[in-house]
Design a protein around this ligand. Structure first.
Ligand code: PAF
Length: 282
């Protein structure tokens, strides 16, 4: 595995790979099994695999966890080496956002809903860095996890709107045995909070059960999911928990076709998100 820190050098390396397919997994590091499953899929589907690790300051709000975001470069490199990644792109913030940087990507509408309503500017930061990374890595396919469903929807929209010549591949959420979706932020949880955290998945399962029983009114599903979340004393603010249209991320009057069950809630000081996509609703 070759580690590259400079955008121009990364661009030259992929230029030399002309004609070979490139699978790209953008990450912020602190890699867990969720990331590794993306890397394995990229490895199986492409000639070359590029992984980036960049804790993107642009997608963190002023009161968010940029400074304390988990970092484990040594461990990450070992894991990527074992999966036979070809290139690790490891830019510095000054390289990605040099003095005078003032160009941003905004995917309007979708970016303001769900997480976007509570993290203003977050998806502008995500879309901007992802477009920059795509320009540098020139991937054939880019891999994202379904856990960040809204992010993957926004990236797909951007790729379509800007005619980017690549395929966005969304891979299933990887869960701990007790159902907790894997996330780098799970590392913040105390042992007691960690035991409480699968409550988000339980709330999603409750929503799923209601949908499968024929419930089609989002406000009823919202009530049930909130009830489950409130049953756990360590749950703090529930930012959203309901059933949404998976294309618009809005609560429709009646659910039809497919539904996105999604939740964002604090366990102690840690904000966690999760979702389930349910198809085939009559
Ligand atoms: O999902 C993430 O880790 C980040 O949002 C991403 C896509 C690497 C952009 O910084």
């Amino acid at each position: 595995m070759e580690t590259i820190r400079i955008a121009r050098v990364m661009q030259d390396a992929v230029l030399k790979a002309r004609g070979r397919s490139i699978g790209f997994v953008p990450t912020m590091g602190a890699l867990h099994e969720g990331h590794l499953s993306l890397v394995r899929t990229a490895r199986a589907e492409n000639d070359l695999v590029v992984v980036s690790i960049f804790v993107n300051p642009l997608q963190f709000g002023p009161s968010e966890d940029l400074q304390r975001y988990p970092r484990d470069l040594e461990g990450d490199m070992e894991k990527l080496q074992a999966l036979e990644v070809d290139y690790l792109f490891l830019p510095e913030p000054e390289g990605m956002y040099p003095q005078g940087f003032c160009t941003f990507v905004e995917v309007q509408g979708l970016s303001e809903r769900l997480c976007g309503a509570f993290r203003p500017g977050h998806f502008r930061g995500v879309a901007t860095v992802v477009l920059k990374l795509f320009e540098i890595v020139q991937p054939t396919r880019a891999y994202f996890g379904q856990k960040d469903y809204q992010q993957s929807l926004i990236v797909r929209r951007m790729v379509e709107d800007l005619n980017l010549p690549l395929q966005v591949v969304v891979c299933p959420t990887v869960r701990e045995p007790d159902g907790l979706a894997m996330s780098s932020r799970n590392l913040y949880l105390s042992p007691q909070e960690r035991r409480a955290a699968p409550i988000l998945y339980k709330a999603l399962l409750k929503g799923q059960e209601a949908l499968l029983r024929g419930q089609r009114q989002p406000h009823r599903i919202r009530e049930l999911m909130h009830q489950v979340l409130r049953s756990e004393p360590l749950v703090g603010e529930v930012q959203y928990a309901s059933a949404y249209d998976p294309y618009t991320l809005e609560e429709p009057p009646v659910l039809r076709g497919s539904a996105l069950l999604a939740v964002a809630a604090f366990i102690g000081r840690t904000r966690l998100i999760d979702n389930l996509l349910i198809d085939g609703l009559k």
